[in-house]
Every structure is written in structure tokens, then in C-alpha cells.
Design a protein. Structure first.
Length: 360
């Protein structure tokens, strides 16, 4: 097994290929990416033995922007017999004898064509899990050191990749997709982008400490209030900045002040410490990056989540340009900060970025 399967949003395979090639090279690992556009996955084949396993352990999934899930796989199994699909899969696992395995996940890429296989995957998981347990596998605790979850990726009828992912470095969600329910009282579906961002970037144990009723937020380009809604729900008072109207339900909370201003010109009220800045404005990504840098360098906020809307071409290059700019500008000021970026499930032609400044 010397390949890495990487799941992504359909249409972003080239970005995944560019990113995995760069990140692997940083670790001294080289290979080539096999991809088919709109397939929802990429297979990265390493030149040297055992390097896919090393990538699966050392290349942090949280630091990959365009990848939702990754796992080590072998060659594509094809023409699985309808009467016995399990035996060929067992044979693959017998070669690696995954004693430290804790569970089995059977999934597909996130495409309309592959989704038709999901019903089969759910039904197939039950007898497959039983067969794997009979082999003495799936008995490890998920928290055990170097434990893995076994992964099967069906890309068509009778065609699948068989492999594993390290439990410390995988998404806990099927296909790497968190299933969020749209709140009935939210002003817009964009609210799910910020909810997923908070879920992805803020550890659950830290959320109440970092987002609570003692804090103040600013939402640039807030109308109609999908992102403001998430902050208000967590108790923050929010300056909602937009020339457009905000949802009446948000005014009714008494937790917002609507500032009918240009998000690029707005400055926080004097003697008010802004804890959070959020921004989902439709604008050129570098212009947003410069706006965020200004807020952080001036000390106008401590923490921010914002979206960078991507161009049609050279999307990965534009992302690198913006993130490099932000890191360079903050480093120039001697700021101590963390930065994360992810192409979230609820994003479309954009990525979401989180920056927390801890001081100088």
C-alpha cells in the first residue's frame, strides 16, 4: 500500500493535487497525483515504499486546505463478484494484518453519481464488520497509540479502494462531511458556513471560553445576518456592518447594533475591545486579506473567521498568495498567532480562514 486517497469537493481535484504534492515534498516525499476532474477524490502515489503510511501519520489533515479525508490504500479492486465482495477485501487486509484497528468505514466520493452507492455502502458495512471481527480485527480502542480505522472507498459498482487511516489524523465524519441542520430561525443558509468553521477550528472544550456573553463581535458585510446569528446564539453582542437590512429576529434579541456602513471603512467604536471579527463579503481575496491584516495589526480584534472567494483559475495559487501575505504581515509586527484554512463542506468557490492572535 503506497498510495494516499484524498477526498474533496468535486471540481477541486487539481487544488488537492497541487497541495498534496507541495506538502509531501516538504517532508521529503515525492510521487504523482492521479485525478479525474469532478470525481471528488485524488490518488497520490508515492515513489518509495511505506511513504504513503508516513504521510498518513505526519501530514496533518487539519493543515490540508482542500482535503476532507485521507487514508492509505492499495491498488483499485475491480469486478468484485456480487455474491462475495467481502473475500477480496479480506485478502487485502490479511497482507497488513491490522490488529490495531478500531472500526470500518465504507464510503464514496461526494458526487451525485457516487451518492447512489451510499445505500449499498450502509448495508454492506454490517456483514463486512462482522467478517473483519472474525479475523480478530476492529478490537482496538480508538484512542490507542497508532490505532487505525479501516476505510473502503467505493468509486463505482464493484470497484473500491481498500485501506486505513490513523485515528489521530482523520475526520470523524463519514466522507469527511459534518452533518449540520439548518436552524429554522436563521436568516440565511450561509449561517452553516460559520457554524462548520467554529466546529472545525475551535476545540469543543474551548468554545464557551472563546465565544460567550462577555464578548463583542463585528460582522463585516453582515446582511441579512447568517453569520451574526451564530455569534448571537453564543451570547456575543455584535456590531453588524452592512448597508443592507438585518433580519428583524436578530434586532429582537437586543444583542446587535446595525451599523449601516461600508465594511472596508468601518472601524470599531473607541474604548470597545472587539473579541471576534467575522467576514463573508464577496470581494477579491487579496483585498479581504489586507482588510483582515489591518484589523489584526491595529489590535482591533483578537480572533477572526473570514472567507476568501476564489477566482475561477489558479485557485490554489491565490490561496497560497493570500495566506503567505497574512503570515508575512503579522510576522513583521512580531505577533504570536495561529492560522488555519479549510475548504469546508458548506463552502463553494471559497475557503474559510481562522486566525487567533495570542500576543507579541
Amino acid at each position: 500500500m503506497n498510495k494516499l486517497a484524498l477526498l474533496c469537493r468535486a471540481g477541486f481535484e487539481k487544488e488537492v493535487a497541487g497541495e498534496i504534492t507541495d506538502k509531501a515534498a516538504d517532508l521529503g516525499i515525492f510521487g504523482f497525483a492521479n485525478l479525474k476532474e469532478q470525481s471528488g477524490f485524488v490518488i497520490f502515489e508515492c515513489y518509495q515504499p511505506n511513504e504513503a503510511d508516513r504521510l498518513a501519520q505526519e501530514l496533518k489533515l487539519t493543515e490540508l486546505i482542500f482535503v476532507r479525508q485521507m487514508f492509505v490504500v492499495g491498488e483499485l479492486l475491480q469486478n468484485l463478484p456480487e455474491k462475495d465482495r467481502i473475500s477480496p477485501i479480506i485478502e487485502v487486509y490479511q497482507a497488513i494484518n491490522p490488529i490495531l484497528s478500531s472500526d470500518i468505514v465504507v464510503e464514496t466520493p461526494d458526487t451525485n453519481e457516487a451518492k447512489e452507492l451510499l445505500t449499498f455502502c450502509r448495508k454492506f458495512t454490517v456483514p463486512l464488520r462482522t467478517a473483519l471481527k472474525k479475523q480478530g480485527w476492529l478490537g482496538a480502542k480508538e484512542s490507542s497509540k497508532n490505532s487505525v480505522s479501516l476505510h473502503i472507498l467505493f468509486i463505482g459498482s464493484g470497484k473500491c479502494y481498500v485501506g486505513y487511516a490513523y485515528n489521530h489524523n482523520r475526520s470523524p465524519f463519514l466522507m469527511g462531511i459534518p452533518r449540520l441542520k439548518f436552524p429554522a430561525d436563521a436568516p440565511s443558509r450561509s449561517t452553516l458556513k460559520l457554524e462548520e468553521a467554529i466546529l472545525s477550528f475551535i476545540p469543543t472544550n474551548d468554545e464557551k471560553k472563546r465565544l460567550n456573553e462577555q464578548m463583542i463581535g463585528v460582522d463585516l458585510g453582515a446582511c441579512p445576518g447568517g453569520w451574526t446569528y451564530q455569534l448571537v446564539k453564543r451570547g456575543l453582542f455584535v456590531y453588524a456592518v452592512d448597508h443592507g437590512k438585518m433580519a428583524e429576529s436578530l434586532h429582537d434579541t437586543g444583542r446587535i447594533e446595525h451599523c449601516s456602513e461600508d465594511g472596508f471603512k468601518f472601524q470599531p467604536p473607541k474604548r470597545k475591545q472587539i473579541d471576534w471579527l467575522v467576514c463573508d463579503m464577496v470581494e477579491q481575496p487579496m483585498r479581504i486579506a489586507k482588510l483582515i491584516a489591518k484589523w489584526l495589526i491595529n489590535g482591533w480584534c483578537r480572533e477572526t473567521i473570514f472567507n476568501l472567494k476564489l477566482p475561477m483559475k489558479k485557485r490554489y495559487q491565490e490561496v497560497k498568495l493570500c495566506l503567505n501575505y497574512l503570515e508575512e504581515e503579522l510576522n513583521k509586527q512580531g505577533l504570536w498567532f495561529s492560522i488555519q484554512a479549510k475548504h469546508l463542506y458548506h463552502d463553494r468557490e471559497e475557503i474559510t480562514v481562522h486566525i487567533a492572535v495570542m500576543g507579541k
